[in-house]
Design a protein around this ligand. Sequence first.
Ligand code: NAD
Ligand code: DAU
Length: 352
Amino acid sequence: MEKKTILITGGAGFIGSHVVRRFVNMYPDYTIVNLDKLTYAGNLANLKDIEKKPNYVFVKADIVDENRMKEIFQQYRFDGVIHLAAESHVDRSISHPNEFIYTNIVGTANLLIAARECWKDHTEGKRFYHISTDEVYGSLGKEGLFKETTSYDPRSPYSASKASSDHLVRAFHHTYGLPAVISNCSNNYGSYQFPEKLIPLSINNIRNNKPIPIYGKGENVRDWLFVEDHAHAIDLIFHKGKDGETYNIGGNNEWSNINLIRLLCRILDRKLDRQPGTSEKLITFVKDRAGHDLRYAIDSSKLRRELGWGPSLDFEKGLEKTVDWYLANEEWMNNITSGEYQKYYELQYKLR
Ligand code: NAD
Ligand code: DAU
């Protein structure tokens, strides 16, 4: 295996920590530099099992700091970048859009500028891989799937900021020949997800006998993918994808929120030795999210056909595995749900 130095941004977050773990363990000849600002969503405890590996380096930095990004690129002379750092929660983008504009748009621009400068004499073998979301495509009605050719129609400050960053990546590829690739993925679930997102928030509330807040009538549909399957897709695209291309990644696994939460309640009743139906009583319908996208569903046939990718787990097994992980890692959950999280939770759910 060729020696390479790879920058992974946002590696202390949910998906980033799975990508860092996979690359550190599978590619001992690569040096993996995890660059993260450690916002509320970044947590080095997500990487405890690999933090002492000789091919892992952590750098605390903010991608919004342009000069720092240039210095770090000059110091490490990266061969590749996998860019995951972002503000990622739609509800926070509705209440506080600014951070999303700085980190997701300006931060991505800074990384593109630093990569272009660093690779200006030599782009052979280099790659800038931008991790994006299916939310850039907007919202579907009851039928249809997002394809790579679907027009962009972002509708929340979060998705608009991600769409902007995708456009910048394509512009740098087209204008300057920066070797770049993008993927747009559907909703991920699995271990180490911050409990502001539907699945870990609900698991935590059920465990503590607290209400499970469902926005609107719970009819919104998401396409769920196990996070390790996303990390596998990222590995394939990073190594075998084509510059200038976009790849959609999805689980082909659509669930309305209410049906998903009912399934989760059944799994938790079993795991917690509760009478069937006990956890469902915690379901509470609350005021809808502003501008709530109705349905996301991904056509990932290009990735399956061209790179031979496919999800490894069916959803019920994946969800059960996820529940087991959260129940076995109470301390991880308790550490991040004390303090600031309580304030966020009260404010976010009091307004509904
Ligand atoms: P996350 O919120 O769990 O983690 C984001 C990480 O980025 C954190 O570690 C945080 O500290 C870091 N970060 C934030 N601002 C930063 C800054 N200015 N400088 C440096 N680091 C910063 O997010 P996630 O759910 O793991 O998502 C990772 C990426 O994948 C994002 O780009 C997101 O848009 C995309 N994505 C997420 C999903 C999903 O379902 N979670 C689906 C598709 C795409
Ligand atoms: O589709 C990919 C996107 O998936 C990623 O780009 C985002 O980073 C990620 O956060 C996720 O966005 P969603 O808004 O779909 O995820 P979230 O877990 O916040 O919500 C999932 C669904 O559940 C959505 O329809 C809103 C609803 N919901 C969410 C919360 C937090 C509730 O009903 N109640 C809640 O308390």
